[in-house]
Design a protein around this ligand. Structure first.
Ligand code: AG3
Length: 277
């Protein structure tokens, strides 16, 4: 019998994934969680029916949520990742030579446990001694920390379910305050084609708080529309002026990010640029 996962994006658009095997399924306190083995993209984490990451293309997303901010900041030492319980973002953060501590704040411990068991190539960095794991709501966690982090990365699922409030200006304000005076935040800000209003609102909210706001794009083939957006808020450093040290980039062993991508990712097609005018 053929196993199919139907990923429903809108009333008129779904994507069908042929599945070799379902490795894990559970209803957690927060969401429906599954780990499946797909034919085209290898193993995948699925939350509330939406593919969150696959072994074949995860590096495109994880490198691009983490490295532009880390390479913009001249000396990132203390980093927080909100969400991202699969560990992929943490793995990229830890590649940077100046990083000393990464705090992961993930609301759903079951995501961490399932990814540690079934997606070791993505979750491997979670056992690094520089990582501290807090199983907690990121909204509450940021409220208690002021002036502490160099970089904060918001690696959330879509703005439905447990991540809804991670897209609000009141949350970004707390993120702003948790950052040091020259800190940088990046949030994943969804598809620039399917979530236009949301992306426009995220950009506007970040711009209300941070002197430098930049949205950038990356291709992530398994996410809806293939293009994905990230929005950076920076208190001092502009990613467009970042001097990218080539010796550092080369040692990161990336498969997507490089110094040219760093510059090119911020070049926006008109259909995206017009959202911010
Ligand atoms: N975070 C972003 C997943 C968004 C997928 N949404 C969608 N396809 N509609 C994934 C977490 C990876 N660390």
């Amino acid at each position: 019998m053929e196993l199919i996962l139907t990923e429903k994006h809108t009333d008129g658009y779904s994507v069908n994934w042929k599945i070799k095997e379902t490795l894990h399924v559970e209803q957690t306190k927060y969401q429906h969680l599954a780990i499946v083995e797909t034919y085209e993209f290898g193993r995948a984490l699925v939350l509330d029916g939406i593919i969150q990451t696959t072994v074949k293309d995860e590096y495109m997303y994880h490198e691009m949520i983490a490295l532009p901010a880390l390479m913009t900041h001249p000396n990132p030492q203390k980093v927080m990742v909100i969400g991202g319980g699969d560990g992929g973002t943490i793995r990229e953060v830890l590649k940077h030579p100046s990083v000393q501590q990464v705090d992961l704040v993930e609301i759903d411990e079951k995501v961490i446990l399932a990814c540690q068991k079934y997606l070791p190539e993505i979750s491997c960095a979670l056992t690094d001694s520089r990582v501290r794991i807090f199983v907690e709501d990121g909204i509450e966690y940021v409220q208690r920390h002021k002036d502490k982090y160099d970089v904060i990365l918001i690696d959330s699922s879509d703005p439905i379910g447990p991540a809804t409030n991670l897209f609000h200006e009141s949350f970004y304000k707390n993120v702003y305050e948790a950052l040091k005076t020259d800190g940088i935040m990046v949030c994943q800000s969804e598809s620039p084609l399917f979530n236009r209003e949301l992306l426009g609102n995220v950009h506007k909210s970040v711009k209300n708080l941070f002197p430098i706001t930049r949205t950038y794009l990356a291709t992530v083939p398994t996410y809806i529309s293939g293009f994905w957006s990230f929005t950076m808020g920076s208190k001092r450093y502009d990613p467009l002026n970042a001097e990218i040290p080539l010796d550092v980039v080369n040692r990161l062993k990336t498969k997507y990010y490089n110094a040219d991508i760093h510059k090119g990712a911020f070049v926006l097609p008109e259909y995206v640029a017009e959202l911010f005018r």
